[in-house]
Ligand binder design. Structure first.
Ligand SMILES: CC(C)(COP(=O)(O)OP(=O)(O)OC[C@H]1O[C@@H](n2cnc3c(N)ncnc32)[C@H](O)[C@@H]1OP(=O)(O)O)[C@@H](O)C(=O)NCCC(=O)NCCS
Length: 193
């Protein structure tokens, strides 16, 4: 649906959009988010909150409108310190990933990343591929460090991050309320370039 709306852009050593094959044989295209994705993203994002206990939002807490999302994407496209990518399979957005650096010069050598895959597409290599694209963007920007925050019960994500060279840097103790009513830690993990 949106996969043909962008012209190629350089986000790192790879020229986007890139095409890859998922573990089930389907073709996936990864490209930067664009303003015209707003409507689809606003419909999709709340469903990812229903599908996972690994995200900050609980169902019903995500309140952005299509117009707000469009404005956010517009700003993001014009901000070299931020990047957002989507993965499109059979015309449908099935994963999002992005990274953002702070404006302060003391903090400009690192960025925080985030990644979400629609549940139906978990375990097909998409999370890994999206991470690679974000890490490439950081390398291209000359970052020293990429970091992320993950809930301690999110085993799938932690395993992926460890596999990709991220190591635990610290923990925010009892930082989050898990779906089962217990409190859990937020783990900060980082990878250095
Ligand atoms: C975490 C997430 C991004 C992983 O994406 P994915 O597409 O399923 O990951 P991949 O298929 O690329 O698998 C990558 C790695 O995840 C791990 N993984 C895959 N399936 C797993 C499973 N059933 N159990 C534990 N780890 C698993 C493995 O390390 C795997 O590496 P491998 O392919 O060499 O075996 C995805 O599950 C997701 O979006 N979850 C909900 C949102 C979320 O938690 N985001 C992260 C917030 S910090």
């Amino acid at each position: 649906m949106n996969e043909a709306t962008t012209s190629p852009s350089t986000a790192g050593p790879q020229v986007l959009p890139i095409s890859c094959t998922l573990a089930d044989g389907r073709t996936c295209v990864i490209r930067p988010m664009v303003e015209s994705d707003a409507e689809e993203l606003i419909a999709l994002i709340p469903t990812t909150h229903l599908e996972s206990d690994g995200l900050k939002y609980l169902p019903g807490e995500f309140k952005m409108t299509v117009e707000q999302e469009r404005e956010y994407l517009r700003q993001r496209v014009n901000n070299p310190k931020m990047i957002g990518f989507v993965a499109v399979v059979e015309g449908r957005i099935v994963a999002l990933a992005g990274a953002w650096s702070q404006d302060f010069r003391r903090l400009a050598h690192h960025a925080e990343l985030g990644v979400t895959v629609v549940k139906e597409f978990w375990g097909l290599g998409l999370g890994r591929k999206m991470m690679e694209v974000v890490l490439d963007w950081g390398a291209h920007r000359g970052l020293r460090k990429m970091y992320l925050q993950v809930f301690d019960h999110n085993e799938r994500a932690i395993r992926l991050y460890r596999d990709m060279g991220f190591v635990e840097e610290g923990r925010l103790r009892e930082d989050i309320l898990r779906g089962d009513g217990t409190y859990g830690d937020t783990i900060v993990m980082a990878r250095y370039y």
